[in-house]
Design a protein around this ligand. Sequence first.
Ligand code: FEO
Length: 389
Amino acid sequence: MRKLKDKIFEVGAIDWDRTLFDELVPLPDGTSYNSYLILGSEKTALIDTVEPYKKDIFFRHIKEVGIDRIDYLISNHAEQDHSGCIPFVLEKYPDCKVVTNAKCKSFLIEHLHIPDEKFIEIKEGDTISLGDKTLEFIMTPWVHWPETMSTYLQEDKILFSCDFFGSHRATSNLFVKDEYKVVEDAKRYYAEIMMPFRSHIKRNIEKIEKKEIDIIAPSHGPVYDKPSLIIDAYKDWISDRVENKVLIPFVSMHDSTEHLVNELVERLMNKGIEVIPYNLTVTDVGEFAMALVDAGTIVFGSPYVLGGLHPQCVYAAYLANALRPKVKFVSMIGSFGWGGKGVEQLKSLISNLKAEWIEPVMVKGLAKEEDFERLDNFVEEIVKRHESL
Ligand code: FEO
C-alpha cells in the first residue's frame, strides 16, 4: 500500500514481469494497475481495481489500510486490467455499489456478468459525497474506449484519469521521479493506444482544464504531482506539428532493399533530416509506434515476395494505418526480382493516413547508378516537402 495523501491510498498492484499487453503491445518495463482508496468522513470509495491475477496483493493492500467496508467502487473504464477484480470486491463487500456511466455499466454487465442492481448510474457532472470529500464525474470518452471517464476529487483537487495520461512502467515510486523517463513512457503509451483518438483527447483536455488540478493519478504508471508536465506533453502530441523526421520501417530478404535503405539513411542525414530505420524483423513495434507520434514522413521499405509486399511490411503498414499518426508524407522504396503489386498494395493499406504520396523508388535487383540518381531525386523531394513543415 502506498499513501497518496492523508486518507487517500494507492492499493493496486505492480506487475514487474509483464512483457505484453493485449497480446499486442510490448511492455519493456512492466506496468502497474493503480487503484485508489479514499476514506471520507462518512463513506469509503475505491477507484478502479486490478487484473484478476493480481487480486491477492490488491486485497492485501486494502487490508493494510484497515477498513471494514467499501461503499462505492468507481469504475472509470471497463477494460479488465481495471475492472477485473470488481466481482471479487462485491463478493467481499456485499453492500458496495459500482458507480459508473451507462455505457461502462453495460460493458461491465456484458464482460463480467455483474448484476444490474449492483450499480449506481451517473452522468456528466454528477457528484457523490463521502462526507468531507466529494467525487465528481467527468466523461472523457475514447481514451481509449467509448465509455472511459475520469473522477475528480474536489476537495483534494485530484483527477483520477484511469488510462488517460497513463504510462506502462513498474516502479515503486508512487510519484514521478524522473520527468524525462516518465514522459517518454507516456508517449509510448499514447502512441500505442491513444493516438487514433486525437480529436477526442483535445476535447477531453479542454474539459478537464476547467478544473483546478493539483495531482493527476492515472491507473498505470506514476502519479503526476505537476500535472502540467503530462498535459503539456499531450497537447504537443495531439497538435498538428510534426518534426523534420523520416521513419523507414523496412524488411530485406537478400540485402538489396537494406542496401537501398542504408543509402537513403546516409543521404537524408547529409541533408540534416533526422532519420530512423526500423528493421522489422528485430524492431520493437512500440518504438516504431512512439516515433510515429511526430514524424513528418514514413518511407516503407520492402522487397516484393509472392507478388506483393513482404508480410512484415504489411504488418507495419497496417499498424501505422490503425494508429492514424499525423504524418504528412509517405512513400516506399524496395527491390524486386521480376515484378509485383507492392506499391498498390501499400496504398490500399494506409488509406487512413492523411498524407501526401511521394513517388516511390522501386529497383529491379541490386541498385545501380541510375537507381541512386532516382534516390537522390527522391531525397530532394523529401527535403522540399519538409521545408513546408
Ligand atoms: Fe488500462 Fe484500457 O486499460
